[in-house]
Design a protein around this ligand. Structure first.
Ligand SMILES: NC(=O)c1ccc[n+]([C@@H]2O[C@H](COP(=O)([O-])OP(=O)(O)OC[C@H]3O[C@@H](n4cnc5c(N)ncnc54)[C@H](O)[C@@H]3O)[C@@H](O)[C@H]2O)c1
Length: 258
């Protein structure tokens, strides 16, 4: 898919990886709609980008997402690029002498990261089904659009304290192929990206002691990833129609230990 002139719907687009992707895509000629529960931050970024729109929305809210996507479609046009970047993390052991993991906290993480991702994908994909197929750039595949989700290397590596987060992200990985197969008849691709350590406000919540021990274990390059490097992969996935139904790690070859 040629991205120039397309509309992108980016959840969690106000911050971190979503914001990095919004900056890269805007530079490539995409108009970005940022859906985030933090409206003021999303509005600030829209100002910086010089276009697009910001909408306050909780990705786990069914009717809220339907209304937000309808508003984007009415204002900017129907999005053919969807990036599910809204997400939260917590670090709690399954049980400790202090007590068991809070069930509500476990469900909250699943609700935002997994249910929220599916919620946005299902509504946005339904909108794409009604669009004409793309005929840009010699694209004769009958393509209509692409949904890109974010999992995490934590889904596979499973560090301590990450049961809820890893479960939510493994769920995102697990639904990538069936969603791609579901949507293939309509020319909609589904891909998932599993980032390693990227410098964002979410990562700023990780205890310094843990960060000091983990960055040196990244084989190469031994540093944080930059959200713009993540954004470049998002753009590539949009442009490369053979990428479908798979999860790509972008992680400097890190494999997290305990
Ligand atoms: N930063 C990393 O190293 C890293 C690594 C692997 C995976 N990830 C994943 O990437 C995604 C983005 O993370 P980030 O590091 O950019 O975090 P971030 O905190 O910088 O950005 C997340 C954004 O999502 C928004 N958000 C949170 N819950 C929401 C909800 N219910 N509805 C709508 N918006 C909501 C927040 O307001 C925020 O703007 C997350 O899914 C995260 O799990 C991040």
């Amino acid at each position: 898919m040629k991205v120039l002139g397309q509309i992108a719907l980016i959840t969690g687009g106000a911050s971190g990886l979503g914001a990095g992707a919004a900056r890269i895509l805007t530079k490539a000629g995409v108009t970005c709609a940022l859906l985030d529960r933090n409206l003021s931050l999303a509005e600030e970024l829209v100002k910086e980008l010089g276009g697009g729109m910001a909408i306050e929305c909780d990705v786990s809210d069914g009717p809220g997402v339907e209304a937000a996507i309808a508003e984007v479609t009415k204002t900017l046009g129907a999005p053919r690029i969807v990036l599910n970047a809204a997400g939260i993390d917590i670090a709690v052991r399954t049980a400790s002498p202090k007590g068991p993991h809070s069930l509500e906290e476990f469900q909250r993480v699943i609700n935002v990261n997994l249910t929220g991702t599916f919620n946005v994908a299902r509504v946005a994909a339904y909108g794409m089904i009604g669009l004409d197929v793309l005929s840009d750039n010699g694209n004769e595949d009958g393509e209509r659009g692409v949904v890109i989700n974010i999992a995490s290397v934590v889904a596979q590596d499973g560090p301590v304290g990450q049961a809820a987060y890893a479960a939510s992200k493994a769920g995102v990985q697990g639904m990538t192929l069936p969603m791609a197969r579901d949507l293939a008849p309509y020319g909609i691709r589904v891909m998932t990206i599993a980032p390693g350590m990227f410098e964002t406000p979410l990562a700023a919540g990780i205890p310094q002691k843990w960060i000091d021990s983990i960055i040196p274990t990244v084989p190469f390059p031994k540093r944080w990833g930059n959200p713009l490097e993540f954004g470049a992969l998002v753009q590539h996935i949009c442009e490369n129609s053979m990428l479908n139904g798979e999860m790509i790690r972008i992680d400097g070859a890190i494999r997290m230990g305990l």
